[in-house]
Design a protein around this ligand. Structure first.
Ligand code: UT7
Length: 328
């Protein structure tokens, strides 16, 4: 039998019920709905309930995938979780999710690539399917950003939200599924978007526990400039090396960080607005969660064989693009 491709065969998303609207934020920091909407495109974002952790998101995502695909927990070989907000620094949320869902034959790990976490994880999962090692790999991208956001910092609290999703990867023998990927990183960008305290460089102490270093720090304009250029460059690169014209691309699933970054990417690709998947207005930036949340929401609109391009940029810096053919 010829070598399989890795195809997405089920998608499941999850967002918590709690909503934090722009109007709510107006009462918390010096901002307003008009500024947030015009600068980012965000109207509201979801917030985890007290005690709700990344593995709780993951459990709902995995259970949804198993149900949709009609398969048993013991059939899953591997769970890769793109996240920067796991339940613990260790063990991995993958371990916790496997335990909560009864995935007794699966192993896995968490992968830290911020907003590109889902793309990085999808590429790794793809390789395990393509080389024949595994038949069923779950790839999750999700974040509980509210656990690391300072709700007194208007530069960051207006952007981020909680949520995520996951996909099941299985072998495909009709050439459908993941066709190509370009993944990039530049660690020199780390100073512009990071959580300064809590790692081995600066562990949490009594003295620093109350400082802002425990929260996400972002130099917005610098990140914005790099995001606009790199996300567009990589999406255009993947089109060119696969000989895809704008007409050939059916959908673009861009990381939802800022509507202006999404528009810039789509314009560089020459895509009609109707092909761009956008839900930033209701979920904000869920870091590793944005792209699987888009796939989940658009699943009913996809047709077998549709050419879909995924693209992301985020902390690290990390960025990349994946080209896939929808398989169902
Ligand atoms: O997902 C991972 C990667 N992250 C991104 O891709 C995010 C990239 N960055 C951005 O999306 C944008 O830089 C932000 C949305 C974070 C900020 O938008 P901006 O257009 O770059 O605003 P800015 O930081 O240049 O600030 C412009 C003005 C400033 O006031 P002055 O100095 O012009 O008087 C800020 O103090 O807007 C002010 N400002 C705000 N005003 C109202 C900053 N935040 C707010 C706010 N409400 N929340």
């Amino acid at each position: 039998m010829s070598k399989p491709t890795a195809a997405i065969t089920a998608v499941q998303g999850y967002v918590p019920e709690g909503i934090l609207s722009n109007q709510d934020l107006e009462k918390m920091v010096d901002t307003n709905d008009e500024w947030i909407t015009s600068r980012t495109g965000i109207k509201e974002r979801r917030m985890a309930a007290k005690g709700e952790a990344l593995s709780d998101f993951g459990q709902k995502i995995v259970e949804g995938i198993l149900k949709k695909r009609g398969i048993k927990p013991e059939e899953i070989d591997m769970v890769i979780v793109g996240t920067i907000t796991g339940d613990y620094r260790f063990p991995s949320s993958s371990n916790v999710i496997c335990d909560k869902c009864g995935l007794v034959n699966a192993w896995g790990f968490d992968l830290s690539a911020a907003c590109s976490g889902f793309l990085y994880a999808l590429d790794i999962g793809k390789n395990y399917i393509e080389n024949g090692t595994y038949k069923k790999v779950i790839v999750i991208g999700a974040d509980v950003m509210s656990s690391i956001i300072n709700y007194k910092d208007r530069a960051t609290c207006i952007i981020f939200g909680d949520g995520g999703g996951g996909v099941l990867l299985e072998p495909n023998y009709d050439g459908l599924g993941i066709q190509d990927s370009i993944l990039k990183a530049d660690g020199a960008g780390r100073e512009f978007l990071l959580q300064k305290i809590g790692g081995s460089l600066e562990p949490i102490t009594k003295e620093n526990a109350e400082t802002d270093g425990q929260y996400v720090y972002q130099e917005g304009q610098t990140v914005f400039k790099h995001a606009v250029k790199n996300m567009a460059d990589v999406a255009v690169d993947i089109m060119e090396r696969n000989n895809l014209t704008a007409d050939d691309v059916d959908w673009l699933a861009p990381h939802q960080a800022n509507l202006r970054i999404i528009d810039a990417t789509a314009n560089r690709m020459g895509l009609d607005h109707s092909k761009i998947m956008i839900n930033i207005e209701k979920f904000g930036n869920t870091t590793a969660g944005t792209i699987p949340l888009l796939l989940w929401e658009w699943e009913d609109k996809f047709k077998k064989g549709d050419n879909i391009i995924l693209a992301a940029f985020g902390g690290g810096f990390t960025w990349g693009s994946i080209y896939l053919k929808w398989a169902y």
